[in-house]
Design a protein around this ligand. Structure first.
Ligand code: ADP
Ligand code: MG
Length: 339
């Protein structure tokens, strides 16, 4: 008998789920990204017990049509791309069609959804990848998803989670990143019934920063606004007074996606060094807008990294953008008052 076997579907889907869903924060990220892709203007997130037993994400977005509800939970099903060409011009946060299937494979999911074309909504229950129930249900326009008992059928994964308060911290970081990258969406986030974060969704990045980090940061922020070769750099960087002892306040977004990128990071830090004292790290929220054709967002399964075709060019442009922000401040003429 051959030693090499094809794995059965249940095992395959659990392995696949492991690639995307590592912890409650990954569930929140995937669900909220779906809400963003559905053009929502209000997104509410609630977790209990660090998200391990309960995560709820509700939105006022497009909703899912009744006939599509089951399909959405299958692996590799997406409404966002159709063919290979689309892969090189991705404008949505999702495109792999893996998240709902992965989440449902390792938890108990309840979804209620309604499009604005329908009068009545649909409710579906999926547990461990199996559809348990699908019924009609009254619902506002949009989608609400509740994820209960994450990893109930993968005990080893469950064991590897940290304490609920640590998992809640990861969720909070995730929600912060999503709120910062979407200043036009109003976010509300509750942990164990307590409001942690709320943003207005008025389209003003500075207001999101103030909602998250307090009014006091405002006076120590420099605005970054620069464009070259169709690469737009905008956002805020803190001055010396806002210097940090770690990199926890470095927020970088490329085309609306929170990413980590060493090239851009070192461009920002290198400029910052020359305008700050001591070994401090900057506080920054920097957003790059760049032609999707010259970046690859496909390098990482959770899409936390991007690759640029021309890294030197991106470095140079970001460097100049940050330098401009500091120089503008330094060239403000000193006014001396004579009594
Ligand atoms: P992807 O986001 O990569 O397309 P997902 O598994 O996350 O894959 O979602 C599958 C599909 O379900 C999406 O393409 C979308 O059509 C639909 N969907 C999921 N969540 C929502 C939502 N909150 N609002 C509207 N449609 C949604
Ligand atoms: Mg998705």
């Amino acid at each position: 008998m051959s030693k090499i076997r094809i794995l059965d579907d249940d095992v395959i889907s659990k392995i696949a789920a492991g690639e995307v869903i590592e912890r409650p924060a990954s569930v929140v990220k995937e669900l909220v990204e779906n809400s963003i892709d559905a053009n929502s203007t209000n997104i509410n997130i609630e977790i209990e017990n660090g998200g391990i037993t309960y995560i709820k994400v509700s939105d006022d977005g497009s909703g899912i049509e009744k006939d599509d509800v089951e399909i959405a939970f299958l692996r590799h099903t997406t409404s966002k791309i159709q063919n290979e060409n689309d892969l090189y011009n991705i404008k949505t946060l999702g495109f792999r069609g893996e998240a709902l299937a992965s989440i449902a494979a390792v938890s108990k999911v309840e979804m209620i959804t309604k499009t604005n074309k329908d009068i009545i909504g649909t409710r579906i229950l999926v547990e461990g990848g199996e559809i348990i129930e699908k019924t009609e249900c009254g619902s506002p326009n949009g989608t609400t998803i509740v994820v209960r008992e994450l990893f109930f059928n993968t005990p080893v994964r469950l064991k590897f989670l940290k304490t609920p308060s640590r998992e809640a911290m990861y969720v909070t970081e995730t929600v912060q990143n999503l709120a910062l990258s979407n200043e036009n969406i109003s976010f509300k986030y509750k942990n164990n019934g307590k409001l942690v974060l709320a943003t207005k969704g008025d389209g003003i990045l500075l207001n999101v920063i103030i909602s998250l980090f307090g009014k006091q940061v405002k006076d120590n922020l420099l605005e970054v606004l620069y464009e070259e070769d169709c690469i737009k750099v905008r956002g805020y960087i803190g001055n010396n007074a806002l210097g940090k002892s770690n990199r926890n306040f470095e927020f970088l977004f490329v085309n609306g996606r929170y990413v980590k990128n060493k090239i851009i990071n070192s461009a920002i830090e290198n400029v910052y060094k020359s305008y700050s004292t001591g070994d401090k790290f900057p506080f920054y929220v920097i957003k790059l807008e760049i032609d999707p054709q010259i970046i690859d967002v496909n390098v990482h399964p959770t899409k936390a990294e991007v690759k640029f075709q021309n890294e030197q060019q991106v470095y140079k442009i970001v460097y100049k953008a940050i330098q401009n922000a500091f120089q503008t401040i330094n060239t403000i003429p000193q006014i001396t008052f004579t009594p």
